[in-house]
Design a protein. Structure first.
Lengths: 330, 292
């Protein structure tokens, strides 16, 4: 194996697709946290959900190169579908996940068909407009969505009729972990497939992909729909573990925050989506409540610094460090 | 019938005032995006800064209104040159994502600074007495300040169009928007041109933010809250053009006011739907040229 280190996964078709030893580390850590930090499990579930959400964004932004400021639309849509289903239909969580994922995927497909014909500023603008429309609908259709008060007051049934959601979030944590694992598996398979290679091709040089006869538009729509479905599942997980949904899941703030997390971890690499939310949310949990102003200033400064000096985020820095150390040793 | 006509006139009047402000704020964004293809999401920061500068000058130091808005224009224009040279200029050749991230970062910082300095509350606007009250026109009363806004913005727009269409600087800008490499090849210093244009655009945004403080509330989340409107103006109008954003700004100003007046239960739904429709019909905007 040549240059790419264990942590990179920047989507090179030539690299070895087998799961490396170090890739089990996140899962071992996640299970260790379950036993070591039982009081932090609600935060842990939220981190796992955001990792899945970030993974879905990474798929379209990092690999396919679709710049979006409105990925919260699909997360929020999935969340609202799951909540409305729990209130008016069935409160079975697995059915909720499937329905929410399918609904968000469908929305992603429909909107993707429309917006992926455009590029650049227009595309950016359209993603923003779609999120804003969803927000307006959720805000105004109060009889279904609860409007600004949000929708709550439902209780989820046990998973498979066996595992009840408990007060301490133990079941919820494992529930999120299982779906994150499935999402990771899917995304990882896709990235190492020829399909994944064509995505990075479109990101790096879309004209050449057209020239070699790749069906660019169709592939973008497909990956956009898959990403939307994953985001919808993440949204449904949030609703199932917290048994509440509010307008925040559709806000521009959430899209922005998610983007910050992914950039912090490292865009265009699977584990960037793992590291970013973890670092960001833990830092937020300990700092943001005491110093909200400085927190936002810090986020802004961090973004500027990352763009100026460390385009690969935390993992990019780590990669550089590792390769420098390797070069140091003859 | 009489009631309907008067509400129609009132909606059109307030819509035009709002649209004018939107145009004054966004026109700089259109030009800079057309010139350098730079996705500057932080444009609203300049407008907010203009608003804060004017309001603190007037409220805390008793600076007269005309001086306060000039101060806002000059201060923000100068500050934007520093920003442009220090940060933006390094990313002209970078991808859209980097530009988006940098400018979102700037927005976060600006919001935090505004919140630290002024708190989260909306700033009160104390207009000078000669701009308060009503102004009678065709047997109807109009708020004097809005009349002033429309008149002043029209003068600004006329001056700007004259500058771009009839002066040497304007010719250079148009040449650089059409084909930057070619403009550079015939000896136009596009980098200097861009710095000057950027400063002017930011200054205009500050002016718009200051003048419109009465319409678009000056508060720390200003850049985020109004981002979508500024972007709609530029995207729907077509970046790089002067006329397109003008039409788009008036369209948005009037339809937003109309929706708020007659269909408040739908919020801004129709504006976004219309934006999507227009952009699908003409991806480069109403007056924009199709991307090469």
């Amino acid at each position: 194996m040549s240059t790419p280190s264990a942590a990179s996964h920047t989507g090179s078709y030539l690299s070895d697709p087998r799961v490396r030893f170090i890739e089990w580390l996140p899962w071992v850590l996640a299970i260790a946290c379950y036993f070591a930090a039982p009081t932090y499990l609600p935060l842990g579930s939220y981190i796992l959900i955001m990792i899945l959400f970030a993974l879905s964004l990474d798929l379209i932004l990092g690999y396919a190169g679709i710049i979006t400021l409105g990925h919260a639309a699909y997360f929020g849509f999935g969340a609202y579908v799951a909540a409305i289903l729990a209130v008016r239909g069935t409160a079975d969580p697995l059915i909720g996940i499937v329905v929410a994922g399918a609904a968000a995927g469908l929305l992603g497909w429909l909107t993707g068909l429309v917006i992926l014909r455009t590029r650049g500023l227009t595309l950016l603008m359209l993603t923003l407009a779609i999120t804003s429309i969803c927000y307006e609908i959720a805000n105004k259709a109060g009889t279904w969505t609860g409007g600004a008060d949000g929708l709550g007051g439902f209780a989820m049934k046990p998973i498979l009729g066996l595992f009840k959601f408990d007060l301490f979030g133990k079941t919820g944590y494992l529930y999120c972990l299982v779906f994150l694992f499935l999402g990771w598996w899917l995304v990882r398979r896709m990235i190492y497939s020829p399909f994944g290679a064509s995505l990075t091709g479109m990101r790096d040089n879309v004209l050449r992909m057209h020239a070699v006869g790749s069906p660019v538009y169709q592939r973008l729509v497909v990956v956009y729909s898959i990403s939307a479905a994953l985001a919808g599942i993440a949204g449904a997980l949030l609703v199932h573990t917290t048994e509440f949904v509010g307008l925040k899941v559709l806000s521009f703030d959430l899209s922005g925050e998610l983007l910050v997390m992914l950039i912090l971890g490292g865009v265009g690499r699977i584990y960037g989506a793992f590291v970013g939310p973890l670092v960001y949310l833990i830092a937020q949990d300990s700092l943001a409540k005491q110093f909200p102003e400085y927190w936002y200033f810090g986020i802004g400064l961090m973004l500027v610094l990352v763009v100026m000096f460390a385009r690969g985020g935390i993992l990019g820095l780590l990669d550089k460090l590792l390769s420098r150390m390797r070069r140091g040793k003859p | 019938m009489e009631g309907f006509v008067s509400s129609l006139v009132s909606v059109a009047f307030h819509g035009i005032a709002y649209g004018m402000i939107l145009y004054v704020i966004s026109v700089g964004l259109s030009i800079t995006m057309g010139l350098m293809g730079f996705v500057n999401l932080a444009h609203g920061v300049f407008a907010m800064a203009g608003g804060y500068i004017m309001l603190s000058a007037m409220n805390s130091y008793d600076v007269p209104f005309p001086l306060a808005i000039s101060l806002a224009f000059v201060a923000v224009a100068v500050a934007s040159v520093v920003l442009e040279r220090l940060l933006y200029a390094r990313l002209y050749s970078a991808g859209d994502l980097e530009q988006v991230l940098l400018t979102i970062g700037l927005m976060f910082m600006a919001v935090a600074v505004a919140r630290l300095a002024y708190g989260t509350l909306q700033q009160p606007v104390n207009l000078p007495t000669y701009l308060k009250g009503q102004f009678a026109l065709f047997d109807r009363d109009f708020p004097t300040y809005r009349v002033f806004l429309i008149a002043f913005s029209s003068l600004l727009v006329a001056a700007l169009w004259f500058g771009v269409e009839r002066t040497r600087w304007g010719a250079k800008v148009r040449a650089a928007v059409d084909n930057r490499a070619m403009a550079q090849a015939v000896g136009i210093n596009t980098s200097l041109l861009f710095t000057v244009t950027f400063a002017l655009g930011s200054g205009l945004a500050a002016l718009g933010g200051a003048l419109g403080a009465d319409i678009i509330a000056i508060q720390p989340i200003y850049p985020f809250e109004n981002l979508i409107n500024f972007l709609i103006v530029v995207a729907v109008g077509g970046m790089g053009s002067l006329r397109g954003p003008f039409a788009a700004a008036l369209l948005i100003g009037i339809s937003d006011t109309a929706c708020k007046y007659w269909l408040p239960q739908f919020g801004a739904f129709f504006i976004y739907a219309a934006t999507i429709g227009i952009l699908l019909w003409r991806p480069a905007g109403l007056f924009g040229k199709a991307a090469p």
